[in-house]
Ligand binder design. Structure first.
Ligand code: PEP
Length: 258
């Protein structure tokens, strides 16, 4: 982390977990134990049907609510889909885009790019995910792969808007597996992502953008991961479902930094 130049962000990804009633219960507990410090931004990305309950519960707090997906089109005949302006109107501030679980359902880099542009246009903060498979890591092509995902995902994002984008590095082999990247492995990739943003935009923009790590981050390993200079927060799946665990990760983000 480097709070002098950029925001620290701790974001939860609930995936397909919790009903609206369970959301209300979680938020009630979470609010009572939430750390008071203002060192980091906190986001909770929840299933679409839970957004109203989450927004209502967190209205007077500093926790921003987000969605887990968005359709790139502004409106129209896309049964079952949700447009960016609908998420904004529902009270969302964030949206996760290009999570590997959605890419596994067929989402391409072009889809990710269109969604990032639509989210920015509507005023949402996109949390754009990238990450390599175990086979790609073992083949030694992690850097190339991530560079390609970042370049394709950010196509057409202007100089003015790039700082609004949050990038989440999530090695696929670490998501939901309990197998975390080492702080050094995660730092190496996040540093490379910042270098890609520097080449595409500028040093100032690269220094200002928040890059998160995701993949079995929990209350035990968060401190060490977040101590890395290019890891500006976490995208957290499993551990964000339990208020006590999520709070401990937020506390780890409150550690002293440069
Ligand atoms: C995720 O879903 O983005 C994620 C990182 O999950 P987990 O923390 O459970 O590995």
């Amino acid at each position: 982390m480097n709070r002098k130049y950029r925001k620290t962000v701790i974001a939860g990804n609930w995936k397909m977990n919790k009903t609206p009633s369970e959301t209300k219960e979680f938020m009630t507990q979470f609010k009572t134990i939430m750390p008071k410090g203002r060192w980091c931004d906190v986001a909770l990305c929840v299933p679409a049907v839970c957004i109203p309950a989450a927004v209502r519960a967190m209205r007077e707090t500093r926790v921003g609510i987000g969605a887990e997906n968005v359709n790139a089109n502004p409106s129209g005949a896309y049964t079952g889909e949700i447009a960016a302006n609908m998420l904004v109107d529902a009270g969302c501030k964030y949206v996760i885009i290009g999570h590997s679980e959605r890419r596994a359902m067929g989402e391409t880099d072009a889809d990710v790019n269109a969604k990032v542009l639509a989210a920015l246009e509507a005023g949402l903060t996109p949390i754009m995910c990238c990450g390599e498979s175990l086979e790609q890591r073992e083949a030694g092509i992690t850097e190339e792969w991530i560079t390609m995902q970042i370049k394709l995902g950010l196509q057409g994002v202007s100089e003015e808007k790039i700082r609004k984008v949050i990038i989440a590095y999530e090695p696929i082999w670490a998501i939901g597996t309990g197998r975390t990247a080492t702080p050094e492995q995660a730092q190496e990739v996040c540093e490379n992502i910042r270098a890609v943003v520097r080449k595409l935009y500028s040093s100032k923009n690269a220094r200002a953008i928040s890059i998160l790590y995701g993949g079995s981050m929990n209350e035990k390993n968060a401190y060490e991961l977040l101590a890395q200079p290019d890891i500006d927060g976490g995208l957290i799946g499993g551990a964000s479902l339990v208020p006590e665990k999520f709070v401990k990760i937020i506390e780890a983000a409150n550690q002293p930094t440069v």
